[in-house]
Design a protein around this ligand. Structure first.
Ligand code: GDP
Ligand code: ZN
Length: 365
């Protein structure tokens, strides 16, 4: 869309390199604009890319520009392929690591085999993804390696967790078109442990991207994982996909009282019932609606211990309040101030929550 003022255009930041921003404009420039050809290919089906700087005013007010940001570009120099970012539109979502604005969904990729599907690891990634407040799409790759019956068992199990997985096989080209449909017109961030076929999937979705496909435990994949460079790539059907710089076991950094909200299978219980205590952590408190026979309750208890340990550590650090920033109500945020065993828990800010995925993206070393 071209803005009212002459010389202003809307675009999306695809990559950030030093002080330059690669911006894809929404639309090709109008015919008859000055400058012919240059680096911009007018016959290209994709809108023009401009290498932009950030206006001094934005620097002065400390306005950062992130990959995924919607920006106003001024005074494009068509022949030189340059422009200047004059404004950043408000972000719908924000992840800190990888730093991506306006992501619509997280595409979580696991394999059903080779490496084997680890329920605990999957749970961790799911909780981490849920804590960002961004939609999660769960794809299970390498479905060619298991029987229909095994698939059914996995599917039933995950439905009890509150997820409906999409079984795919990049190798056998099963359900890849289905994945493409889900990604159409959206900004998607790919996540998942190494060896599950993420690079293979991205290569299948964007044939000319050519990511290196590594071995399950090989060092090959590491090469491209050593950089933190984040870039959004065009999907053939519209939409953008962020390639993932390497991963570790995600660190859970939510507060103890938030944690339970990241388990979809108990959200209903929480909505329909009430624990006796407002600050119930659902361990061994009487009259608790969460405790009980659901499969991931064990995971919950383990993650809870972790969250409490982390919180205790935070409380021991000097002036934890200085970490607090703006508080907006998030999807899983509890509605009350926790008063647990007379310890004061630091209320997790929205800022911390949206950092969510960051630990999924730590370099592999
Ligand atoms: P990444 O580390 O998640 O990016 O995984 P890669 O894309 O590097 O793939 C890891 C290994 O899994 C490679 O040897 C791929 O050839 C293999 N692979 C990828 N997709 C499939 C699949 O659908 N079925 C099977 N059997 N193997 C696959
Ligand atoms: Zn409870």
């Amino acid at each position: 869309m071209k803005l009212g003022t002459t010389g202003q255009f809307l675009g999306t930041v695809l990559a950030v390199q030093a002080n330059f921003y690669k911006v894809q404009l929404d639309e090709a420039r109008e015919q008859g604009s000055k400058g012919a050809g240059g680096q911009l290919d007018l016959d290209s089906p994709l809108p023009p890319l401009l290498l932009c700087t950030r206006r001094m005013l934005l620097k002065k007010i400390g306005q950062q520009v992130m990959v995924g940001d919607r920006v106003v570009v001024e005074e494009p120099d068509w022949s030189g392929g340059r422009g200047a970012i004059a404004d950043v539109l408000p972000r719908r979502t924000e992840l800190d690591r990888p730093p991506i604005a306006n992501a619509d969904q997280i595409l979580l990729v696991f394999a059903v085999a080779d490496p084997p599907l680890e329920p605990y690891q999957l749970s961790r990634f799911l909780i981490k993804a849920e804590s960002t407040g961004i939609d999660v799409l769960l794809c299970l790759n390498k479905s060619d390696l298991v029987s229909p019956q095994e698939k059914q068992e996995i599917s039933d199990r995950l439905l009890n967790w509150g997820y409906k997985p999409l079984f795919i096989s990049v190798q056998q080209e099963i359900n890849i078109a289905e994945v493409a449909k889900y990604l159409s017109q959206k900004i998607t961030v790919v996540a998942g442990p190494s060896g599950v076929g993420k690079s293979s999937l991205i290569n299948a979705l964007i044939p000319d991207i050519n990511l290196r496909v590594g071995e399950v435990s090989g060092k090959l994949a590491r090469g491209r994982h050593t950089t933190r460079h984040v870039e959004l790539f065009d999907l053939p059907n519209g939409g953008l996909l962020a390639d993932t710089p390497g991963f570790n076991q995600p660190d859970l950094d939510c507060s103890p009282e938030e944690l339970v909200h990241y388990f979809p299978e108990v959200r209903e219980r929480l909505a329909n019932g009430r624990c006796r205590f407002n600050d119930c952590l659902h361990r061994d408190e009487p009259d608790c609606v969460v405790q009980g026979n659901w499969e991931r309750y064990e995971h919950y208890l383990e993650f809870l211990d972790e969250a409490i340990a982390r919180q205790t550590q935070l409380n021991q650090q000097a002036d934890p309040e200085s970490n607090l920033r703006h508080k907006t109500k998030g999807k899983g945020q509890s509605q009350y101030e926790p008063k647990l065993e007379s310890k004061k828990y630091r209320r997790t800010s929205r800022r911390t929550q949206i950092q969510g995925l960051q630990d999924l993206y730590q370099e592999e070393d």
